[in-house]
Design a protein around this ligand. Sequence first.
Ligand code: MN
Length: 355
Amino acid sequence: MLRSVARKTALAGELRSSVSHLGQAELNSSSFTSRDVDILEKLLSEEVRIIGRGFRNEATEIGKRQAIGDDCDRKGGGMGYSNVHTQHIPSLESENLYRHVASPKTVSVIGLEVGAGTKALADLVESRLKLGRFPLILGGDHSIGIGSLAGILRARPNTGVIWVDAHADLNTPSSSDSGNMHGMPLAFMMKELVPDRSVIPGFEWLEKGTSPPRLSPDSLVYVGLRDIDKAERQFIRKLGIKTFTMYDIDHLGIGRVMDLALEHLLKHDFDRPIHLSYDIDAVDPMHAPATGTAVRGGLTWREAHFVAEHVVQSGALASAEIVEVNAELSDGRGASATVELGHQLVNALLGEAML
Ligand SMILES: [Mn+2]
């Protein structure tokens, strides 16, 4: 599996925000989404300086940043959302952040910058959720999921998570072959896999507070997996994580799969909030080639939309992120197709329906 891209996932310092007040009509369907939507753009525009060998430097961007943000503002208004906020989170300028990390491999595994960036995102997400807002987080590298999940679970510990992805993102720092943090966000949230995060430079903050944010394995459902590492396979089995691979989607159809995914999360607590973490690499590279770790045999164009639409229809969607859109990783047509799909998924998550 090609997971050679180590990226900077930094954000810190002052947050710039631009606020748009748009329209007055109501948000479609979710009982958790108020009429207020926050769009948090986590942009990865600069390269990490990697001290290890074997890792190429490469930046991940979410398409054309202005295109996504502006389009959200515009569409948000067009769809009648009030008070759509777009918050750009700048990258952290840093020198020598890696100097205290001893091993070349762990340099890319354990980015102090990723730690600082995800902490900033966690704080922001938590505060927005506590104000009753709906955070829509746009990445960026999927390692931002550490920040999203930490903030979400601090604000609403009973949140259920639907992880739409070609990969399981369940490696621990020690099980990972590549050392890329975009393959680890879920492991960081599970006590069973990473019991003490205070020993990981940059992530001490995850263990702070009276009840550090944790995700129970039965509060997670995977959709779209097709490229799972050996260790991840063992973790999934051992922890009994509900998983719908592409095989299951072929077998049952996307409608049944999404019904079962929602049922798994909502059967004991119908009112629980759901977070949808949507990695664009879940979609077939025919439709979304501009991503870092594309794998053939993914979701079709309609299946990709249905996943988002159906979670919105459930009324339980409380937060969402779309990640790994990187317009630099494809030619012009591929880049615009991927960004367009990103736009459409944003619209679907904000409640745009066919009828
Ligand atoms: Mn992912």
